[in-house]
Design a protein around this ligand. Structure first.
Ligand code: FAD
Length: 502
């Protein structure tokens, strides 16, 4: 029996497998596809935007170099004491933000770090980098296995594929938006029905110059002419009426493109095309007994704002170390319940963000009026900075209690005077204590050294902090600006790394 069986070798399943493998858990990943690298996952149609927070994950686990190299993105210089500003700040309902309008003072806990603020790469590259690491960590991936049933009792869960059962102490459904595990394990999936049908296609156009490059919000919907020739995205406000069990035909795609662009453009050949909607649904909980959900299996929404993969990466990081601590360590079962508690509200906000964008894009006078107001607000510094924080996820803060404003946020890449960065210290998957206060929090007295890496020294830039405790997922569990209160610190260490009930 494995410790954990993960259903789905998409980016979320693979990252979760890596996190569990890093802690020494035995992990089996079951994937429906016969082999990796389907055309849907390769460039250009498989291109996805990764946020700064997601890129930090790759950096903190030593995978940034391979990801940047494979994606053809240069490394970021880190010699400055000021973080580099983003070159692309995202969009809201097709209205592109001006990066120069972001107010750095409103984002106080940012430090230079080797990761770009944002980058495009393909699902295939992400999965290749993660699979290579998973293999090194002893994770087994079986392709061509479609999970069709899930059973569980209070000691184990079994993923069934045909007549074969794969038993484990826990099963995690990372099997995407149409998750089989979700339904089979009895999760409730609730939310709102679609207003539009979206399409992504790779096509040859007779007259592509009729379409403007980039995001184009029009009175009838939106189209995006991507950088790669013939790669087009469209949103058609048909109430989600298109029958998605059908492959969209050339004629249909051309009709939609003409309608949303208002241009008399001609598609001569369609190479690849698929449809999606803005259906926004979420599991009411991410745990049912010994079965868990992560990524698109737990929440779906329109790709507006490109947050699905980034949310899933956040899920995998949040769940990985907790599940490992329970399965392969002596952490209490309740640690796993903090996964739903922390991640469910994050996805709920993303779903609402998607709904808000859909609402202002609708082709009716009321929606267009709100769109005009939002467009004005986006020309302001506050408006741009607010949207930037939502799009990039940098405004995410878990409610972990504690007074310091950094608690519950993703940790800045603090740097010691000797040049060591926080991200460098996180590669083994342990928590980190950075003590800039003259070793007053020295670890041996704590008894949790095997789970927490203790580092003291002066900082190159301490952002006014005297000490900080960072969880394995990069989230600040405790922080202090003044002489650290040792009792408070030990409480936080005990809460996240101890073996007593939470
Ligand atoms: C057009 C478009 C553009 C997007 N752009 C962005 C973007 O820029 N940024 C962003 O963050 N997100 C974006 N997204 C969303 C992103 O692609 C998804 O959120 C992400 O792929 C989810 O990853 P996942 O691992 O949860 O699921 P998936 O990528 O769907 O992987 C699930 C895996 O499970 C396997 N599987 C399914 N059922 C079974 C079964 N029964 N048994 C075994 N295996 C199974 C599948 O074959 C697949 O390999 C976009 C989505 C679309 C449609």
């Amino acid at each position: 029996m494995h410790d954990v069986v993960i259903v789905g070798a998409g980016p979320v399943g693979l990252l979760l497998a890596c996190e569990l493998g890093l802690s020494g858990c035995s992990v089996l990943v079951l994937e429906r596809e016969a082999a990796p690298g389907s055309p849907w996952r390769t460039a250009p149609i498989g291109m996805r935007g990764l946020s700064a927070a997601s890129l930090q994950v790759f950096y903190r686990r030593g995978m940034l170099g391979p990801l940047l190299t494979a994606s053809g993105v240069p490394e970021v210089g880190v010699d400055s004491d000021e973080p580099a500003g983003p070159s692309f700040a995202g969009h809201f309902g097709g209205m592109v933000l001006d990066p120069a309008n972001i107010d750095p003072a409103a984002l106080p806990y940012r430090l230079p770090t080797p990761t770009p603020e944002f980058m495009m790469t393909s699902l295939e590259i992400v999965e290749t980098v993660l699979s290579a690491r998973a293999a090194k960590l002893g994770v087994e991936i079986r392709y061509g296995v479609t999970v069709s049933a899930v059973t569980q009792d209070d000691r184990s869960a079994i993923a069934h594929a045909g007549s074969h059962g794969y038993p484990a102490r826990w099963v995690v459904g990372c099997d995407g938006g149409r998750s089989a595990v979700r339904g089979l394990a009895g999760f409730e999936f609730v939310g709102t029905e679609p207003q539009f049908t979206g399409y992504t296609m790779l096509a040859t156009l007779a007259d592509p110059e009729q379409l403007r490059p980039g995001f184009n919000l029009t009175p009838t919907g939106m189209y995006i002419r991507m950088r790669a020739e013939g790669h087009i995205g469209m949103m058609d406000f048909d109430g989600g009426a298109f029958d998605r069990s059908q492959q969209p035909t050339r004629e249909h795609l051309q009709d939609v493109l003409r309608r949303v662009s208002g241009a008399d453009v001609t598609i001569t050949e369609v190479h690849l095309a698929s449809s999606f909607t803005d259906r926004a649904m979420q599991s009411t909980t991410y745990r049912n007994g010994r079965v868990l959900l992560a990524g698109d299996a737990a929440h779906i929404h329109s790709p507006l704002g490109g947050q699905g993969l980034n949310s899933g990466i956040g899920d995998a990081m949040n769940l990985g170390w907790k599940l490992a601590a329970v399965v392969c360590g002596d952490a209490p079962d309740g640690l796993i319940d903090t996964y739903t508690r922390e991640r469910h509200p994050v996805a709920a906000r993303v779903l609402d963000w998607s709904r808000a964008q859909v609402e202002i894009m609708r082709p009716d006078p009321h929606a267009q009026a709100i769109q005009g107001v939002i467009r004005d607000l986006l020309t302001t510094r506050d408006g741009t900075t607010y949207v930037f924080g939502r799009v990039t996820g940098s405004s995410i803060r878990y409610d972990l209690g504690g007074e310091h404003p950094l608690i519950g946020r993703d940790a800045p890449d603090l740097r010691l005077a000797d040049g060591t960065r926080l991200g460098d210290l996180m590669q083994d998957g342990r928590g980190v204590v950075l003590d800039f206060s003259d070793r007053s929090l020295h670890a041996p007295a704590l008894g949790w050294e095997s789970r927490v890496h203790y580092v003291s020294g002066s900082a190159r830039n301490d952002l006014g902090l005297s000490a900080v405790l960072v969880r394995p997922d990069g989230i600040v569990a405790w922080a202090s600006d003044d002489a650290p209160d040792r009792a408070e610190f030990e409480r936080a260490v005990g809460q996240w790394f101890g073996s007593s009930a939470l």
